[in-house]
Design a protein around this ligand. Structure first.
Ligand code: BES
Ligand code: MN
Ligand code: ZN
Length: 509
């Protein structure tokens, strides 16, 4: 899909040459700026209660006399804020999706000049509204024909909005990568498939990609990752992908994504109901690939490393058993009391591996706990970090990108739950505070890192009739990573790199 800006000519909106015109109406009455026949249509509809200046309101008009675009849709856009616009666009596009609209023009009326953030959100909303999973469903309806979207604006605003549209496009492409990847069933999306996706992305977008196999991971000493992988016939893959947009010597940002391509629970097996949804347990990994796609697509001047430990969690004669003790890459030992708490086991070795990049910051992303869904539901992801500055950056990025998170605690008191008589720590605590104890487990592997953890168990996918991956938290991550580029005077490697800096202490950048 292509996006551009257009400036209306002498005949105004009525003269715009497109298959459809989507008018996003802000305010409480017919905007003065809505000239001529379009204003009349809306005023008449409002007078007859066919349209109201209220949430969720829309109106469709076919072949309005004097209007070049043969389809016109109106949608109420509240105060024209970023959130309201997103909602209005989704409703408007839903109205127009059925038809054969190839070229759509979108205009916001009744508000001040369109902000960049709004234009960016608009691109994401349109992609979102037109996304369709087809990979394993030949009977799916043909993809919507929408190929071109023109944002109507004033001449002075064009340059700024064009840049915003391009940024939005890069992020939308990243979201798309994440959704496609996460929606694939587990017999298609295996650890090897994730590795292939990473390699393909490397080829198309200039990433350096390495894939470590079981032998190499053994040699390194990734005992926790391999303990999870050992129950499956699918060979594990440890994927490392690098985007070097800032050049050598600049400390990278590292993203670590949980890549469990299917989580049966292992010997601590899960109940059957909804177990199919555990194909989404690689949503963290998918978001890392998606963010790499977004950042590389935008050619952001930042160094970004994506690390994905990928394997299945299966029960078998070779599977790890409750009570087994394994040794992590960090040297610390872990008593695996519950084999279903596997995410933290693959992440802890990946976090230790991240140290070698002397990163400016590390964020791990994981569909880690059902407890996080109980705590926060499906609207906000759980954010955990001992670093106030990093937490604030991530929360702000999430709010701005309409992909919000909520900070959760990491007090030392929660660590008690992980005591073990047989190893340095257990992999689970009691049920209460399960999202926090999972984060406390990870924290034990981050002493040398400036680190944050995103639990996306409630936000990475939707259940029910609209079951499917959301692509979250790619918008949050892409915005945050790109903001690192904007302010990037990141320290040269080895000098003031994160490895030399105590956690909890933020660095001026
Ligand atoms: N992948 C699950 C977490 C999950 C469960 C996400 C349901 C979304 C919906 C994770 O590996 C898991 O099984 N966690 C356990 C941890 C427990 C054994 C301490 C959980 O949340 O029940
Ligand atoms: Mn599990
Ligand atoms: Zn899991």
């Amino acid at each position: 899909m292509d996006f551009n800006t257009i400036v209306p000519g002498k005949s105004g909106l009525a003269g715009i040459d497109a298959d459809a015109l989507l008018v996003l109406v802000a305010g409480e009455k017919v905007p003065a700026a809505l000239e001529g026949v379009l204003g009349k249509v809306l005023a008449e509809a409002a007078a007859q209660d066919d349209f109201a200046f209220k949430d969720g309101q829309g109106l469709y008009a076919h072949r309005v006399e004097g209007v070049k675009a043969r389809r016109v849709a109106f949608a109420w856009a509240g105060d024209a804020g970023v959130r309201a616009l997103r909602k209005a666009v989704s409703a408007g596009v839903a109205t127009l999706k059925k038809g054969s609209v190839v070229h759509l023009a979108v205009v916001v009326v009744g508000a001040g000049a369109l902000q960049s953030a709004a234009a960016e959100a608009l691109v994401l909303a349109i992609h979102d509204a037109t996304y369709l999973y087809r990979a394993t469903k030949p009977s799916a309806p043909a993809a919507p024909r929408l190929a071109r979207v023109s944002l109507v604006c004033a001449k002075e605003a064009q340059a700024g909005l064009d840049a915003a549209l391009a940024r939005g496009q890069a992020v939308a492409a990243g979201v798309q990568v994440a959704r496609e990847c996460a929606n694939r069933p587990a017999n298609h999306c295996t650890p090897a498939h994730l590795a292939e996706q990473a390699l393909a992305l490397g080829k198309s977008h200039g990433l350096k990609v390495e894939v470590l196999d079981r032998k190499q991971c053994e040699k390194l000493g990734m005992g926790c990752f391999l303990a999870v992988a050992q129950g499956s016939e699918e060979p594990p893959k440890f994927i490392v992908a690098r985007w070097m947009g800032a050049g050598k010597g600049v400390a990278p940002v590292v993203l670590v994504g949980k890549g469990i391509t299917f989580d049966t629970g292992g010997i601590s097996i899960k109940p059957a109901a909804e177990m199919d949804e555990m194909k989404f347990d690689m949503g963290g990994a998918a978001s890392v690939l998606g963010t790499l796609r977004a950042v590389a697509g935008a050619k952001a001047r930042v160094n970004l490393v994506g690390i994905i430990p990928a394997c299945e969690n299966m029960p078998s004669g070779r599977a790890v058993k409750p009570g087994d003790v394994v040794k992590s890459l960090s040297g610390q030992t872990v008593e695996i009391l519950n084999t279903d708490a596997e995410g933290r086991l693959i992440l802890c070795d990946a976090l230790t591996y991240a140290e070698r990049f002397e990163p400016a910051a590390v964020v791990d992303i994981a569909t880690l706990t059902g407890a996080c869904v109980i705590a926060l539901g499906h609207h906000r992801s759980g954010l955990f970090s001992g670093d106030d500055a990093l937490a604030a950056e991530l929360l702000a990025a999430g709010d701005a990108a309409l992909d919000p998170a909520w900070r959760m605690p990491l007090d030392d008191e929660y660590d008690e739950a992980l005591k073990s008589n047989f190893a340095d720590m257990a992999n689970v605590g009691p049920r209460a505070g399960g999202a926090i104890t999972a984060a406390m487990f990870l924290k034990r592997f981050t002493a040398k890192l400036r680190w944050a953890h995103l639990d996306v168990a409630g936000t990475a996918w939707r259940s029910g009739a609209n079951k499917g991956a959301t692509g979250r938290p790619v918008p949050l991550l892409a915005r945050w990573v790109m903001s690192q580029a904007a302010s990037s005077k990141a320290a040269p490697k080895g000098k003031a790199g994160a490895a030399d800096r105590p956690t909890g202490q933020s660095r001026k950048r």
